[in-house]
Design a protein around this ligand. Structure first.
Ligand SMILES: [Zn+2]
Length: 172
């Protein structure tokens, strides 16, 4: 269900809620990290080794003497600025932490094999919560849906309304 609140309406509940929508309105929404410093020629990321050629970043061998740079994912990692967050919390979490992390890493592995810039950049673990930060806005939903498939629970996905961001909250 989509519910939009006019920006003039008084904010209720958490102040952050108004910054998020519950689905992507424009899947082609632009990631500022994708266009910032657009590259003309072939480039190899000095941090992770992905190669930019023919208009996209991909895994593979690089031609001799290729220029070195940073891919958008590694720029985010250096800036500590995730595009996506997955929050797994609730009393179910402490006893199933390893299972949840295995699911998340497994999904991340599949996603990265298709989209080398979609990655987990950080995992924070607390007693009843695991927070996973990602370099893109697609992986969090993939992780959330996989966790829900495997462990049931409640899943909420909120995309940023005016920025390239997503927040996925799973609870059980
Ligand atoms: Zn990189």
């Amino acid at each position: 269900m989509t519910r939009r609140t006019p920006s003039t309406a008084p904010q209720t509940g958490a102040g952050q809620a108004g910054r998020y929508r519950d689905r992507i309105f424009d899947d082609q929404r632009h990631d500022p990290y994708q266009t910032k410093g657009k590259v003309a020629g072939p480039l190899r990321c000095g941090d992770c080794g992905v190669v930019y050629a023919n208009g996209r970043w991909q895994r593979g061998s690089a031609p001799e003497g290729i220029a070195s740079g940073l891919c958008p994912a590694c720029r985010r990692i250096r800036d500590k600025l995730p595009a996506g967050l997955v929050i797994l919390d609730g009393p179910f979490v402490p006893a199933h932490r390893e299972e949840l992390l295995r699911i998340a890493r497994n999904e991340a592995g599949h996603e990265e094999s298709e989209h080398p810039l979609h990655r987990i950049m950080r995992i924070d673990e607390r007693d009843e919560a695991v927070t996973i930060a990602t370099t893109d806005i697609h992986l969090p939903q993939r992780i959330g849906e996989a966790v829900k498939r495997a462990c049931r629970g409640e899943l909420e996905v909120r995309y940023g309304s005016d920025e390239y961001s997503v927040r996925v909250h799973w609870r059980r």
